[in-house]
Design a protein around this ligand. Structure first.
Ligand code: ATR
Length: 286
């Protein structure tokens, strides 16, 4: 017989392949402890061939999880195999957050919300602009473009080494989004109020090209979704040229908020202690 005092303890996961590099367990572990919630959140590695079976076990309850996060390379499969993907994930064709409701797997994508929440926190008023420039047209750039468009930014210029990939995103995200080759970068940056790097250029100490930000609007914000290193070569250049910069770590922290709320029933707050925990972890892996 069930003890009337028994409380349900929710268990959540992050899955990827590999997944051991994920910092999500640190983030959710911090919030669980801070809020005194007796749940768990752990990394659970699943190979691409085993992922459909994992989704079946999630749905039936056999996996023992109420939901979780999905990272590379499972984001597209998570969307496809979910029962109730929301509008955001459907437009992206990729999901990063899953939860089980009424025996069905629900899916969303919180990367874009994380991106704008980071700007809202660190560059208040950033959205009083009419033009944004997005460098890169890979998987990571999609959620960013969607979120910036949904905030009402009128013109979003996507600049990419392979112009066809940028065009694909312009076709997907509608009239506000325009595709350009790399050669057009300076031209589209003129007067723009936001510059977003979504490429891996300058990641992990790799060299990055020199970019002249000087033709952007005086109060423009430059941000990078890469957060290792925290101050990427691109952000350093922008700062030296007198522009406000926002690093990518906050996007990682803020994208985690909606999932935690779904699984554990409380909306957590991104605070500086959490940010410092992740920075310390990054430093320890240098
Ligand atoms: P992610 O899912 O992390 O965005 P991706 O899909 O491999 O990764 O996309 C990486 C992005 O960085 C792409 O826009 C890529 O340009 P291409 O579409 O032309 O490949 C861009 N990128 C990577 N290395 C680059 C380089 N050396 N110069 C310019 N762009 C680069």
């Amino acid at each position: 017989m069930r003890d009337s005092r028994e409380t349900f303890v929710n268990h959540a996961f992050v899955t990827g392949f590999p997944v051991k590099h994920s910092r999500s367990p640190l983030i959710h572990g911090y919030w669980l402890k801070q809020l005194g919630i007796a749940g768990s959140y752990r990394a659970h590695e699943v190979s691409p061939e085993d992922f459909p079976d994992f989704m079946r076990r999630l749905k039936s309850g056999a996996a023992g999880f109420c939901g979780g996060n999905v990272t590379i390379p499972h984001k597209e499969a998570a969307f496809r195999l979910s029962d109730r993907p929301d509008k955001l994930s459907a437009e992206l064709g990729a999901a990063n957050t899953l939860w089980v409701e009424g025996g069905e797997i629900c899916a969303t994508n919180t990367d874009g919300q994380g991106f704008v929440a980071n700007l809202d926190e660190r560059a208040k008023g950033w959205d009083r602009i009419s033009t944004a420039v997005v460098l890169g047209a890979g998987g990571a750039s999609r959620a960013v473009i969607q979120a910036v468009r949904d905030r009402g930014i009128k013109a979003i210029h996507v600049v990419n080494r392979t112009p066809a990939r940028a065009q694909e995103l312009a076709d997907r995200f509608g009239a506000a989004v325009h595709a350009h080759p790399l050669g057009a970068l300076s031209e589209v940056m003129a007067g723009a109020g936001l510059f977003i790097n979504t490429t891996s250029l300058g990641m992990d100490g790799e060299p990055a090209p020199d970019i002249d930000f000087s033709m952007m609007a005086k109060e423009a914000v430059v941000t990078d979704i890469v957060y290792v290193p925290l101050k990427t070569p691109l952000l350093r250049q922008a700062e030296e040229q007198g522009f406000a910069i926002v690093d990518g770590l906050g996007m990682l922290l803020h994208q985690a908020v909606p999932g935690f709320e779904k699984w554990f029933g409380r909306r957590p707050v991104v605070d500086d202690t959490l940010r410092q925990i992740i920075i310390r972890d990054m430093d320890s892996h240098k």
